[in-house]
Ligand binder design. Structure first.
Ligand SMILES: O=C(O)[C@@H](CO)OP(=O)(O)O
Ligand SMILES: [Mn+2]
Ligand SMILES: [Mn+2]
Length: 511
């Protein structure tokens, strides 16, 4: 491997622009509509390429949109990692999920005792947190083990899929139960409540009371539940299907969570476990994939090993890094980029920027970007810091609102922040590697199954820009390979820092 050119070598900044995808200019492309002189100049003036951030290139099923977890994990690991959604799908396809001994034991016990099985999860095919078809396999397993009382506690989406599509997914669930010959939808609630991860326990408690105690608005149909929301599928109020009858969790029941991604379901799982324990109910609980809950829940699919990534290499080389992000993406530049490892290594400093009050992303698309930027600039000015790792969250977080004008403002705010960070990098003699973790804001509409084009705040399969800004003016024009993936980021970062890629990394230095 060659040594990096002098203009590139040395301390640097790894800047993840969350949700920064590439697509041709169009009237639903917020990044193209926004006035972004800094980002525009970045990709034309400095070595840049497009990196794959979705599907097989990062460890997802082919054609699956990228997401922040796998995006940051692959950026850190320097190799694609079979993600939980892929592992769950493989376990379904090869029959090991429904034949899982842990599942079999729980189902047999439940059937023998005449107890109920509760299946809780997000009902859509967004494939970021869950896939509704995984529920179908669990229903088939329940039927095979003669569990006759099966209650589905459905969480509606509207974020990873177009809004107002939840009735179609709930109809699909009804088809699954018909086909399996067991199971009924017992409750419905929006993910805004059931999948809060901001610590808003008042929201989580509504989901807990619904599922554990059957406390919610009585409804005659799932459509009635969905129609009661004034803010789309994400905020469907806690609803109890009267036709299903009493589906509260009783002692010795079984609970299986079918989200594969932990971050947004773990707060609910934690609180449900605590509530059941406090009310003297002991249940058998399983989760599809591993959750980061306070009390461990046995999982049906084990996580891929993500060790040997950037954090381990930086620690081995004694290179100091400062990680900066606002609350929404803090775990991404710490826990996920470190390979789902919560250890804070001696050479790491973590800076979490929090705002005041409840964020309103449409009213304040700037979020707390000024403070994130200030923290990055401050860390960049420190001679003892080899690498600053930062996530600028706005493009993705505001993009999720599906609100085009607010997302355009978020892109413009990000552009100005990148401008300031580039200035600080020049002053401190640092290179900057800027990269998206998956697409989002470059596509703000989606065609619904009925042919209508609707606002869409979710992620995309588009590639992401990857740019390397040298520490000093370059004389010879360096170019990057035409094709890259997120797995190339860690090897490139280590190379720019004057080190070899880790032996576990399969990505390559791009310079
Ligand atoms: O907000 C989230 O939970 C997902 C979308 O469902 O986005 P991200 O992968 O960027 O966290
Ligand atoms: Mn992201
Ligand atoms: Mn996102």
């Amino acid at each position: 491997m060659s040594t990096p050119e002098a203009a590139f070598a040395g301390p640097g900044i790894l800047l993840v622009l969350d949700g920064w995808g590439q697509a041709p200019a169009a009237d639903d492309n917020a990044l193209a509509l926004a006035h972004t002189p800094v980002l525009d100049e970045l990709v034309t003036r400095f070595p840049s390429t497009l990196a794959d951030a979705s599907g097989e290139a990062v460890g997802l099923l082919a054609g699956t949109v990228g997401n922040s977890e796998i995006g940051h994990m692959v950026i850190g690991a320097g190799r694609p990692l079979p993600y939980d959604s892929l592992l769950a799908q493989q376990a379904i396809d090869n029959g090991t999920l429904r034949a899982h001994p842990r599942l079999g034991t729980v189902l047999d016990k439940t059937a023998a005792a005449g107890r109920a099985l509760h299946l809780i999860g997000l009902c859509s095919d967004g494939q970021i947190h869950a896939h509704v078809e995984h529920l179908s396999d669990l229903l088939a397993a329940a039927a095979a083990h003669q569990v006759s009382r099966v209650f589905i506690h459905a969480i509606t989406d509207g974020r990873d899929v177009a809004d107002h599509t939840s009735p179609a997914y709930l109809a699909q669930v009804a088809e699954f139960t018909d086909r399996a010959g067991t199971g009924r939808i017992a409750t419905v609630i929006g993910r805004g409540y059931a999948m809060d991860k901001a610590g808003s326990l008042d929201l989580t408690e509504q989901a807990v009371a619904l599922v554990a105690d059957g406390r919610g608005t009585p409804v005659d149909s799932v459509d009635q539940a969905v129609a009661a929301s004034e803010r789309g599928d994400e905020w469907v109020p806690a609803s109890v299907l009267t036709a299903t009858g009493d589906a509260a969790i009783t002692d010795s029941d079984a609970v299986v969570w079918f989200n594969f991604r932990s971050d947004r379901i773990q707060q609910f799982a934690d609180r449900l476990i605590e509530h059941l324990t406090a009310t003297g109910r002991s249940v058998d609980m399983l989760s599809l994939a591993q959750y980061d809950t306070r009390a461990a829940i046995p999982a049906l699919v084990q996580r891929a090993d993500a060790s040997g990534g950037l954090a381990d290499e930086l620690a081995a080389a004694g290179l100091r890094s400062v990680r900066v992000a606002e609350a929404e993406k803090f775990e991404h530049v710490t826990y996920y980029i470190n390979g789902r490892d919560a250890t804070v290594r001696d050479v790491e400093e973590h800076v979490r920027i929090t705002g005041e009050g409840k964020p309103d992303y449409i009213a304040r698309p700037q979020m707390n970007l000024d403070r994130v930027t200030a923290a990055v600039v401050q860390a960049a000015g420190r001679a003892d810091v080899d690498l600053v790792v930062a996530n600028l969250a706005n493009i993705d977080v505001v993009g999720h609102t599906g609100h085009l004008a607010a997302t355009v403002t978020a892109c413009e705010a990000t552009d100005a922040a990148v401008g300031q960070i580039l200035g600080a990098a020049r002053d401190s003699g640092r290179w900057v590697l800027a990269v998206g973790d998956h697409g989002n804001a470059e596509k703000m509409t989606k065609q619904a199954p009925d042919g209508t084009v609707r606002p869409y705040g979710g992620h995309t399969t588009n590639p992401v820009p990857l740019v390397i800004v040298p520490a000093r003016e370059i004389r010879s024009a360096s170019t990057l390979p035409e094709k890259a993936t997120l797995a190339d980021v860690a090897p490139t970062v280590l190379h720019l820092l004057g080190h070899k890629p880790g032996s576990a990394m399969t990505g390559r230095p791009l310079l």
